[in-house]
Design a protein around this ligand. Structure first.
Ligand SMILES: *[C@@H]1O[C@H](CO)[C@@H](O)[C@H](O)[C@H]1NC(C)=O
Ligand SMILES: *[C@@H]1O[C@H](CO)[C@@H](O)[C@H](O)[C@H]1NC(C)=O
Ligand SMILES: *[C@@H]1O[C@H](CO)[C@@H](O)[C@H](O)[C@H]1NC(C)=O
Ligand SMILES: *[C@@H]1O[C@H](CO)[C@@H](O)[C@H](O)[C@H]1NC(C)=O
Ligand SMILES: *[C@@H]1O[C@H](CO)[C@@H](O)[C@H](O)[C@H]1NC(C)=O
Length: 556
């Protein structure tokens, strides 16, 4: 590590240790330590003060800067008055679903206690974010960026930018997160967003300092993530085009865009040249596909500028044909560093035989008059004992049953079945998953534990014929993808990461109301080569309290 990174890290209040001495001796990857105090605070983001979730007093939370393969250690002190968990959106946690931080993989961190996460971003060079995963916490902030840079010697397909900024954009609601959860529990919707925020600001305070400053003639990297809960956003910068270079850990073919749609839960990186007349320029994020569009703007200032930004903010694109076409233009750079061969030893995922197709049709219905969402007629509900723990301790009886949902949607929409939704996938098989969204509103889906190839999307119902339209060559390998209204999206992936993995809607209302499931991928070898043992500090709850540890997995 260079002195400069050490100093920068220390200045940012992060304790960075090159490696514990013993670790160096064993050639272990460097450690990066964080200590987070999670509290409520009051912020006025839109019109009135409201309760938000702060990390070390900050909103958004501190950025996690690290290199691929670093050991990230985050000791979370829950100073809220309710249980808390953090999930690391897009981090694959190879062999380690223990650290995924969802109700299905981990017991909640009780108020007044702490829990230490430990995970490694393995070969994932790019932009990600974290957020609190329980209830509607995500609507109260508590999120922050994760940027993973390449270790030295692994080339990145562009010159180092002059600086690198996280741009966290998301819709925002003036209701308290607990009130939002209560509305959903009562069967009501919390409606449309009240505004949009960018790095925790609504752009309404004229006195706000610029979001960041640039030097004329230099190039900057912006890591843009939609950390919101419902609205797709369009992002653009007055007078500046953006060169797309990275998406959720994959280097893309570098095309120019004047605006980009960023759907909920998605992240991408662009390079922006400060090549315009020095002055102030607005970066703008505005909602897409919903009535009463909302937007936010933030100033990017050329160093020394005293010229205010022009009030003429560029218009967002209209309609979703534009958006789907833009999606089609995103391609993976197959020769860039982060591209990794699949287990079959080639980049040609299009030539691997599919062993199983899972069609996941979004279901919506009412139970006792209350709105629920699900997939294929099953609406997920969390169990008191996390599913991963129940499986590890072999006490699934009375917690959940595997495969309550079938691989094809029911022919007729019957009543929704509300249970923990856990399906099994055979270790290392190559599977196609089709998401179908018959709803009038946008969906965005996410898969934990994996990057997948987003190969196709189109309007209407999916049929096997649609496979002819797939991009079987250079679809971007990523962890989230949008599903347009009354449309389908197809992905492909190899289930080579043992664990219990959440598949979910990023639209948090849908997620909260059951549009999620877990995929249990078990390595029959029970070997440390394939999966880690439960960590020693794992919290216990439900049926696994006091149980003796099951036999350890075999040495690799
Ligand atoms: C809680 O924090 C202390 C240090 O303050 C640490 O020693 C302990 O391991 C943490 N607890 C858990 C469960 O991670
Ligand atoms: C892809 O990456 C390679 C290797 O880093 C780079 O030379 C090339 O310019 C990139 N191609 C495109 C189209 O972005
Ligand atoms: C993270 O890295 C970026 C780019 O190098 C830097 O500007 C920022 O200050 C760093 N943040 C922290 C918290 O280390
Ligand atoms: C895929 O399936 C086809 C037809 O069933 C077979 O001929 C081919 O060898 C298989 N390819 C691989 C890589 O397994
Ligand atoms: C799990 O428990 C069941 C009985 O509940 C038993 O039949 C089975 O052998 C156990 N499996 C393992 C791997 O211990």
């Amino acid at each position: 590590m260079t002195t400069t990174t050490r100093v920068a890290a220390a200045a940012a209040g992060v304790l960075l240790v090159a490696a514990a001495l013993a670790g160096v001796a064993r050639g272990e990857d460097p450690y990066v330590f964080f200590e987070w105090k999670v509290t409520y605070g009051t912020k006025t983001l839109l019109d009135a003060p409201q309760k938000v979730i702060l990390i070390n007093g900050e909103f958004p939370g501190p950025r996690i800067n690290c290199s691929s393969n670093n050991n990230i250690v985050v000791n979370v002190f829950n100073q809220l008055d309710e249980p808390l968990l953090f999930t690391w959106n897009g981090m694959q946690h190879r062999k380690n679903s223990w650290q995924d931080g969802l109700a299905g993989t981990q017991c909640p961190i009780a108020p007044g206690t702490n829990y230490t996460y430990k995970w490694q971003p393995k070969d994932q060079i790019g932009s990600f974010f974290y957020f609190p995963s329980l209830g509607m916490h995500r609507a109260a902030g508590g999120y922050g960026g994760i940027s993973v840079v390449s270790r030295l010697l692994i080339p990145v397909p562009f010159d180092p930018p002059a600086d690198d900024h996280m741009v966290l954009i998301g819709d925002w609601y003036t209701k308290d997160h607990a009130a939002m959860a209560k509305m959903l529990d009562a069967g009501k919707s919390f409606g449309r967003p009240h505004g949009v925020v960018i790095n925790g600001k609504s752009g309404k305070a004229a006195a706000d300092p610029p979001m960041f400053t640039v030097e004329a003639g230099k190039t900057y990297r912006l890591r843009v993530c939609n950390v919101g809960i419902k609205a797709s956003l369009n992002f653009r910068i007055q007078g500046h085009d953006m060169k797309l270079v990275e998406m959720e850990g994959s280097h893309t073919v570098q095309d120019m865009y004047d605006s980009l749609d960023v759907h909920v839960g998605h992240c991408l990186s662009v390079l922006v040249d400060a090549d315009q007349k020095p002055g102030d320029y607005y970066a703008v994020a505005s909602t897409r596909f919903i009535h009463e569009a909302k937007s936010v703007s933030a100033v990017i200032r050329y160093s020394g500028s005293s010229t205010p930004p022009s009030p003429a903010v560029p218009e967002p694109p209209a309609g979703w044909a534009w958006s789907i076409n833009q999606w089609r233009s995103f391609r993976w750079n197959l020769t860039a560093s982060a591209a990794r061969p699949n287990p079959q030893g080639s980049y040609h995922y299009g030539q691997i035989n599919i062993t199983r197709t899972i069609r996941l049709m979004v279901s919506r219905g009412h139970i006792d008059g209350k709105l629920k969402y699900g997939f294929n007629g099953v609406s997920h509900v969390d169990a008191e004992t996390p599913l991963k723990l129940a499986e590890y301790f072999n006490v699934t009886d009375g917690v959940f049953r595997y495969n309550q949902m079938t691989d094809v949607p029911p022919a007729v929409n019957g009543p929704l079945h509300v249970v923990p939704n856990v399906i099994t996938a055979e270790f290392r098989t190559f599977i196609e998953i089709i998401f179908e969204n018959p709803e009038k509103s946008m969906d965005s889906v996410h898969l934990d534990g994996y990057a997948f190839f987003a190969v196709g999307m189109g309007p209407g119902k999916w049929s096997a014929e649609e496979r002819k339209t797939y991009n079987l060559l250079d679809g971007v390998s990523r962890h989230s993808v949008q599903v347009y209204p009354r449309s389908w999206t197809a992905i492909m992936l190899t289930f080579d990461n043992a664990g219990m993995w959440n598949v979910r809607s990023n639209i948090w209302e849908r997620h909260y109301l059951g549009e999620q499931l877990y995929i249990s991928v078990v390595s029959p070898a029970r070997s440390l080569r394939d999966e880690y043992n439960m960590p020693e500090n794992a919290l216990r709850c439900g049926k696994v309290v006091g149980l003796p540890l099951p036999p350890s997995y075999l040495p690799a």
